[in-house]
Design a protein around this ligand. Sequence first.
Ligand code: S3P
Length: 165
Amino acid sequence: MKRIYLIGFMGSGKSTVGLYLQHTFAQTFIDTDQYIEQTRQKEISQIFADEGEDQFRQYEIQALQSLLDFDVIATGGGIVERKENYKTMHSNGVIIYLQTSFSEIMSRLKYDSSRPLWDQQITEREKLYERRHTMYKNIADHIIHTDGLHVEEIGKEIMGIMKQE
Ligand code: S3P
């Protein structure tokens, strides 16, 4: 089976779905944020605070290029912010966009303060959501509308898609 790249906004369930695929379908799985935190020995919010977003994006580019031994890769919500990542993902696998509505994301991340780009006014969050949605949609090979679906249903839909690939 080809490699799967899960893309989507913060809170769209990329890591949860990746873990499900790992446990249920024996796929090897990694999360770019987790990989960066382990290799840099720092939390993402601390990297943003100490080194800035641009440096974080460089780590993200490098992470994506290094993670070619895994079957499923959950990417950070900002992976679409750098064009280099489009090429890495397109040349090495299938890109699946987990599309989750803004209202659903709002309820999931209501108490979240760990994500620097979520920690802002609601109008700014919404603007980011709309801008990113256009980018995810344009780069994705497949889109799954996740509102109202359980992780098992999303996982099975992905495995169905991958059988056709
Ligand atoms: C970001 C999303 C986060 C993390 C960082 C920046 C973004 O990942 O990479 O806080 O720019 O959307 P998740 O999508 O896993 O929350």
